[in-house]
Design a protein around this ligand. Structure first.
Ligand SMILES: [Zn+2]
Length: 162
């Protein structure tokens, strides 16, 4: 093996302790003969492994483990979402309108409701409405036909009131 390959291996598998025994043997044999690679291995080990070996292991506080345990237990206790929740989710995802659209829809509903009430009133009082309509038509005729004689229409009622 070339020094380049040896040093590549030193940085990866050798330091990680993941080398197959035979490859490791070859590498260590090279290190015995090659001062450069031996030095490389020493520096690499000093920089990549020893800081962690010397480091003290921090003990996780008991409260952290308790919190994790509680969280896991509470997740187990929660029942799976029912069909109603899923329906609500689907509804929210499908009909999530922006605010102006919702406001517009609300306005349309109000207009529709008012219109419905209005027309149902018309159906309930057809006689009154037709009378009103006659009046409107008469007034319209008056305003349009300026040549209508003001002396009367020659009806029998006028004999009594004019
Ligand atoms: Zn070498």
């Amino acid at each position: 093996m070339k020094c380049e390959q040896i040093q590549e291996l030193i940085l990866t598998d050798y330091i990680d302790g993941r080398m197959a025994p035979q490859a490791k043997g070859e590498l260590e044999k090279h290190l015995m003969t090659c001062h450069e690679c031996l030095e490389f291995a020493r520096v690499a080990k000093a920089m990549a492994v020893e800081p962690f070996e010397k480091g003290t292991r921090e003990k996780t506080p008991e409260s952290v483990w308790m919190n994790i345990k509680e969280e896991l237990l509470s997740q187990e206790e929660q029942p799976a979402p029912g069909w109603l929740d899923r329906l609500r989710e689907v509804f929210h995802s499908q009909f999530a309108f922006p605010r102006p659209v919702a406001a517009f829809a609300g306005m349309c509903f109000v207009v529709m409701a008012v219109t419905l009430v209005h027309f149902s009133n018309i159906n309930r009082m057809p006689a009154q409405m037709s009378a009103e309509q006659d009046e409107v038509e008469y007034m319209a005729a008056l305003s349009v036909r300026s040549d209508v004689p003001t002396s009367g229409y020659g009806t029998s009622v006028e004999k009594y009131f004019l």
